[in-house]
Design a protein around this ligand. Structure first.
Ligand SMILES: Nc1ncnc2c1ncn2[C@@H]1O[C@H](COP(=O)(O)OP(=O)(O)OP(=O)(O)O)[C@@H](O)[C@H]1O
Ligand SMILES: [Mg+2]
Length: 233
């Protein structure tokens, strides 16, 4: 469904991504793991067109997208939730969802606010409240819900577990499994290996802008040497 090949990216003259490649198949959850500054967010931004790749290709559902603008990429069915989880603070929870609404598209799950409130029951009770007055974890869920309102076929999530209380991390893991069950493909970045183990089918490890490992999540979870080399501090 998504195929990234030989991706190169720079910030100014700093070479950030070197030959990054990864694949996400239909209905699959893939995690991009790596330490702080490894290039996880840059990879997701380059896929989404927010960082213009200097080389390489990004193919989504058979279409080359590496030269398209972010809004055009979104329209093709890629949903992106950045790590800074911005909500519109003065709009209500329900209004924040409406901001993300896009027309339904054939072959993709169709989301309504009611379906999103089923996915995130906490948000249902808060639907009338200004989004600036809900917790950080609830805001994280709201940004995911708002992105789902665009009816994406593939969701890019940048560190969805970051900064969440343990009980909310568990809810987030359950949510990602539920999205997979709805037929959505997910590419997420993470540093939390335990969370990744709970949600991902396959793992890719990035270090200093290069891919160091690819494998089944279960194999990585059992491979202490790789984990120690690229993940733990
Ligand atoms: N806007 C920017 N301008 C210049 N350098 C940047 C910019 N954003 C990120 N970088 C640098 O690019 C490298 C990769 O950053 P990136 O944000 O992709 O890492 P990351 O894996 O997402 O890290 P984290 O886990 O901290 O979110 C880092 O060295 C970072 O300092
Ligand atoms: Mg990041």
């Amino acid at each position: 469904m998504l195929s990234v090949r030989e991706l190169e990216a720079y910030y100014g003259r700093a070479h950030i991504l070197s030959g990054v490649g990864l694949e996400v198949a239909r209905g699959e959850v893939v995690v991009l793991l790596g330490r702080n500054g490894a290039g996880k967010s840059t990879t997701l931004k380059a896929i989404m067109g927010l960082v213009r790749p200097a080389g390489g290709t990004v193919t989504f559902q058979g279409r080359r997208i590496e030269r398209l603008a972010p809004h055009a990429i979104a329209r093709l069915g890629l949903g992106y939730v950045p790590e800074d989880r911005r909500v519109f603070p003065s709009l209500s929870v329900a209004e924040n969802l409406e901001v993300g609404r896009q027309p339904p598209r054939a072959g993709r799950p169709v989301w309504t606010p009611e379906a999103i409130f089923e996915l995130f029951p906490n948000l249902a009770e808060l639907r009338g409240r200004p989004a600036g007055r809900i917790s950080g974890g609830e805001q994280q869920m709201l940004t995911i819900g708002r992105t789902l309102m665009g009816n994406p076929a593939l969701l890019l999530l940048d560190e969805p577990s970051e900064g969440l209380a343990p009980v909310i991390v568990e809810q987030m893991a359950a949510t990602i499994r539920a999205l997979k069950a709805e037929g959505l493909a997910v590419l997420l970045s993470e540093q939390n290996l335990r969370f990744a183990t709970e949600v991902a089918d396959r793992a890719t490890i990035i270090e200093k802008g290069r891919i160091r490992y690819r494998g089944a999540m279960a194999d990585l979870a059992a491979d202490e040497e790789v984990r120690r080399a690229y993940l733990t501090v």
